[in-house]
Design a protein. Structure first.
Length: 85
C-alpha cells in the first residue's frame, strides 16, 4: 500500500538503515503495522507492543506502555541503542 512505499522512501532518504531493527507500539494483532513489510520482505527484526494482543511468532508482546515505562520496555526486550524504526 502507499504507507509501505512511504516508509521505504523515508528510509532511502535517510541513507538506508543500520541494524535493521524496529520497535512499534499500538500494533493490535500485528497484521496492519508499519513495520510488517520490513519484517516479511527485508529481513528486519524487532518487537511489536499492544495492550490487548500477543503473538510471539512475529514477536508481538502484550504490554501497555506509558512515558514512565517506555525505557524499561526497551531494556526488557533488549532493543539496541541504534534503533532504526
Amino acid at each position: 500500500n502507499d504507507e509501505d512505499g512511504a516508509l521505504l522512501q523515508i528510509l532511502r532518504c535517510m541513507g538506508g538503515h543500520g541494524t535493521k531493527e524496529y520497535f512499534e507500539f499500538g500494533s493490535e494483532s500485528g497484521v496492519e503495522v508499519n513495520t510488517r513489510i520490513l519484517r516479511e520482505l527485508y529481513g528486519w527484526k524487532g518487537h511489536l507492543l499492544d495492550g490487548s494482543h500477543e503473538d510471539h511468532t512475529i514477536p508481538l508482546h502484550k504490554e501497555f506502555f506509558t512515558p514512565s515505562n517506555i525505557v524499561s520496555l526497551l531494556q526488557k526486550y533488549d532493543v539496541g541503542t541504534n534503533l532504526d524504526v
